[in-house]
Design a protein around this ligand. Sequence first.
Ligand code: ARG
Length: 464
Amino acid sequence: MKNSGVLWAGRLEEKPEAEAFAFQASINVDRRMAEDDIRGSRAHAAMLGKQGIIPAEIAAALDNELGRIAEELKAGKIFIDDNAEDIHSFIEGVLTERLGDAGRMVHAGRSRNDQVALDLRLYLKRVVPELQGEIAAAISALLDKAEKHIDSVMPGYTHLQRAQPVTLAHHLCAWAAGLQRDHRRFTDALARLSEECPLGSGALAGTGLPLDREETARALGFAKPSLNSMDSVADRDFALEISSACAITQTHLSRFCEDMVIWASEEFKFIDLAESYSTGSSIMPQKKNPDFAELIRGKAGRTTGNLVTLLTLLKGLPYAYDKDLQEDKESLFDSLDTVRASMRIFGGMIGSAVFNTERMEAACIGGFLEATDAAEYLVRRGLPFRKAHEAAALIVRDCINAGQKTIAERPLPELKKRSELFENDLYEMLSPAACVKARNLPGGPAPEEVRRQIKVLREKIAGN
Ligand code: ARG
């Protein structure tokens, strides 16, 4: 194959044979950065013109044509060529086809190495806020549900054993708090990657041409030009941060979905997932399966794998640019797509789910979830906690031996055998609702306190 049409024709007389060329091409992955690539080129071309590196009218023509290409791509009037090497060579190729030598001027003082480092940042600055919008929507769905279930008591679990009464609102707010931090993690990562603009770093060592790096950095929404040109083309820590934020977010979702899968079981029956978010079985006619929750749970494997892929890719890579770095995008894009799709489904699932509050409340009875409250009753009356704990534990044992399901079923004289401090007012403190109401410290499940938590979470998400 004769070597013409690729950006690096010249030194090499032969183009790699077709299969080898396709192997090193990245167009099918980096095509989604087309508008970011064009944005970077427009800023670069304008700066070249201002600096007198290329004639002003050529800079204007480049800007014009790049704008047109962006519009035509958007409108579906032209298509990205699957046989191009990458998005950078494709855009430059179209420009050159249309403008001749003017098109050939756009790459002065630039390498694809700083170009791709810029494009990926611009892409992330564009799409990560969209993903954050989905996170915010899922948080809203959780908080809307929580508001309806401020008083819906349910067992809180440790070791998947009934532990103490909480409310559904408290449980949903726990999830929302995790997602709120995920949202914030993306904000932090974006802020860091917006600090330094890599454009002008060239292949690795900058350029002798009098570029105005301050100007392009500002035009592209960065605080300043990057400090070190080798760092700019070699590092992908910003991609690692985003990939990591994706993996953490998806891990959160996988845990929430695991709760929902458990709740949807016949054994629990705490939740009735909407039919639109369930599937049937091809063999068992009675089945209604929580497939969507399971799939979100399963996809945490992908996002974890994607993070490990990127870490492994970077480990041991010699400075500065290596073609290995081209492999940075596929796993990152997959993580972004996965979290975004999962978040939408999760939000929809939560919004449409019906909670079986009677089952939840019933599950608070019989497991002695009120035992801690009985112990705290004694502490309030001056008994050292260890002794109070022991007394309550013995009472639980007495109840089990006597076939009693709750501490309240035990008459006062019997309770007094374990501690003289028990009085009649104990009985009104043992219902699940009373236990929940008493836990009104910051962070607790008491209705007033959870209302406050919802408010704080809503404010945080609005302020993000
Ligand atoms: N497609 C390449 C990438 O994604 C662009 C940079 C190519 N640079 C090079 N020296 N071959 O990394």
